[in-house]
Design a protein. Sequence first.
Length: 661
Amino acid sequence: MIDPDVSPATPPTELTEGVRSEEAYMELVHRFMGKQAAAIDEMRDLYHAASSGEVEFVAARQGGWAVKLAGRALESTYDPRGCAEELVAEQNLEDAALVVLIGAGGGAMPLALCQALEESPATQIIVLEPDQRILCGVFKHTEELEELNDERVAFFSSPQSMMLHISRVFRRRGRLLVVCPPSYRRVYGAGLRAIFKAIEDGVVLADVNKNTHSTRAQQWVRNLLRNIRRRSEHPSLFALEGRFSDVPAVVVAAGPSLDRNIHELRRVQDDVLIICVNTSLKALLRAGVRPHLVMSLESLNVSSHFKGDEDALRGLTLVLDETCHPSLFELPAERVYTFLESSPAFLAFAERAMSDGESRGVCVGGSIANAAFSCANMLGCDPIILIGQDLAYTNNQVYASGTVFEDITLDTSGEVPRLDDPTGIKQQILDDTDGGVYYAERSLFPVRSWDGEGTVLTSMDFNLFRFWFQEAGAQVKGTQGVTLINATEGGSYIEGFEHIPLAEALARHATPREGEALEAIIDTRHTSAALLPVSNCDRAVDSARRDCEQLKAGVERAVELLDEAVERLELEGAESEAFFRRLLAFEQVEQTLGELGRDNSLVEACIHQRLNTILDSRNPLKESDDPEEQWALHLGQSREVLEAILTGAESLLSEIEEASA
């Protein structure tokens, strides 16, 4: 019901002798390859690269383009479009939620696939072309690309980037279909295994993302409503944007390898910006290291992490996500900066509190360490050095010594590996927040180790964080030239980062600092930064309340009209004029509800949590020759969705009232 708006297609760009200009070419690359910074840079270089002769685009006799690889045609050089349409016609596209096409060829296959799915606008389409030279040719030559909708079609040259995209867009409300032309199977052979594995991993990660959202969405909304007034008490983290240009940053996570090099920070803590996650703070303090920034985005009540360190906190700076548990804002820190993750739903709500209508977010990836990396980059730091970022179960350990989770280990003695938490601290945190049950079982697999010479066991969530570092790192290096170093000295290997010991990294980059002390910069900006008036914060909450009440009234009216339509259906049948009048009235109200949901981001977040559960458990409408039965099934499912929306709206209203009390 609440689908994203479909943007109008860009008018076709005229080609000169069958080749786009560089400007038009790069516009398409940016549209369809999104934030793949490294790939985009490579695509730019390929535009002017001299042809090796191995990849050749030839004009087909019946129109369009065909591509040859090492002299072998990957598609028909006579009628590639006709052949592509025939191949697509052989596919069962019904109920497909996501279609992955392996191989762009000369461009005929992506166009044929999009044309076949024209009546299925919700279906996402991914085109993976393993050879960037071929993808370059497609963007150079294929005329109709401008007409495709970049909100549903994405092109990739990297299986890893494709996997992360799948993790974000795929939901099990329909089938995932993989289409691989026979020519690509012949050319790439065993190399396709890695591509299929990336697709499978993307689906698993999509489930992880959905489950996390379903579990935490209500808590995030609840916390944000309670914390929005904190903007009138504490400045935004963006007050520090660019203030540490070219200052080395060390991002300290809590992985077990932190034990190996944490002591190295003592001698340089005045020369490098130390940003730690909340779980590593205790270990740093025990080692005699005072971090400059302590970050947390935990929606659960983890205030117990700081027990016993209250005196140290009084001289430290907390950086808290506004969806954090409210108890974290009560900690006795010297100063607090706030930020909001780059969630469209949360940023749209926050903009209602901004005088200039603008709210910016921090890309948090999937973990607080990912967020700390984004923070270091936003502050202008260079290089960015990671430590304690094992993202693996190094020697069956999970966390470093001195952290609150130091006793948790990986137990591989049983059939299914599981985390052994002898103190029960993980479940206690959930109990303190009414956050559910802690799942200890882990599915493990090997990945390349930090030294590049062996393997180490990791899990899907750790691997997701690792992939995020690789993607974000490629973007930071490609667009800003920042030096990235993984000095963890253990755990897994992160592509795109230099892997050297921390002592070596500090010897290269941690020169004695001259000028204003790092902590003084943080304190000065904290004191001078403008705060948001509390009236602005209240305005955002009041606006959310009004929209929620309007949505609730609309849903109640829609249910009334739906019941009237069902009654007419039962009494007069599916062909009666009275039934269709009420059905039309219902559909008009339903359309308005979709617009209301898009306008109110918090309502939409709550609705999506419930709709995910309903839609994922729903069986597709079964076909029936009886129109009355078919309409009854359709309207019954519509009512189920409306009831979920009503429950979500009522729940949000309750949260708003509690937050306003």
